[in-house]
Design a protein around this ligand. Sequence first.
Ligand SMILES: [Zn+2]
Length: 374
Amino acid sequence: MIARRSILLRLPKDKCDVDYIKRLMALTNLAYRDFEVLVPDLPKNIQYQLYGLKNYKNSLVFGTSPKRWFAETWIPLTTLRIYADGSKKGNTTAPVVLDFRNNIIKLHQVCRNVPGFVVELPMPEWVIERVNEGGDIKFAMIGLKGNEPYLALVAERAIEPYQPSGYRLVVDVNSWRYGIAWGLIHNGQLVSFKQEKPNLNVLLTLYYQAVKRGRKHGALMRIGLHRMTQGKRLRKQAEARMGKIYRVTRDKAYFLASKLVKKALKYRASLVIDDMTEESRRELLEEKLPPDVIKLLMSNLRRFIHQLETLAQWYGVPYEFRRLPSKVCPVCQSELTQLPGRTMACPNCGFKAPRDLIPMYWAIKIENARNQHS
Ligand SMILES: [Zn+2]
């Protein structure tokens, strides 16, 4: 199995011609849609990139196919790798050169349409770590995100999932409101269980502060004073708070995904992911959270699941997605009723447990049933 991971690097804007990159993106988009456009003033090796690489289009981007609308498609590029011992891999005319002897990345003529124009970047730690893990950076992409130029590097590695030891790590993705819950299961027992949640109070405080400043800015705008010092400051403060909410939840998502994959590796556990994002969204709606906050929490929830899957693939952790009920009795399968304090009770057999433990009981039940069959 080929596992892939990617990283985004911001390119120095002063060394990049944004219009040139835009044009390359538009051409890439046309190439993906099977139009062949040969532009006389474009370097040949860049043009070959577009047509030679389009077969990889589904594998190269971050979990999705390239966006289809005009000019939003990133340009795929091949790479040349020069290792510390001087050995080389890849195409010698590749526009992206990863030089591990000098720890630099060189971009040839993809940032500006000037013959011999080279942009140099320091080699990120991330690349060295992936290469040390047995990965190879065969492809890169260049494109614009919010009109800022970026380079994406794609590491790939051939790996087979390990034989699980009998431990199971169950990850229940409730919602960021109640966080995620994970349980380690061994021999039909819940060995450990933990809930990890973002500090929603902090997020909501920042959110309402941003909204308040946004409103004040709006009021100034109506009387035409928003370009004055106070207006500018309010706008900056509002943006800074929204940016912080975004970063805090994103970092938490990445941190948790990495923590859980490390845990799975430690026990050689198989990973069971209960991915109920639709249900989570409904729960958040019932909580009457502001729509912006729901959107943010949901996008980071999806980011968490995607990162968990990406890391599991990369490190060869066997995993499966599995629906684990939280409203059905794991003993007699009757519908559970919710008591105050997120406790669930079974009106039929009297089973009672905290809501977030129910999926864990289901995971144990499923494991027991499997063991009986085998
Ligand atoms: Zn029951």
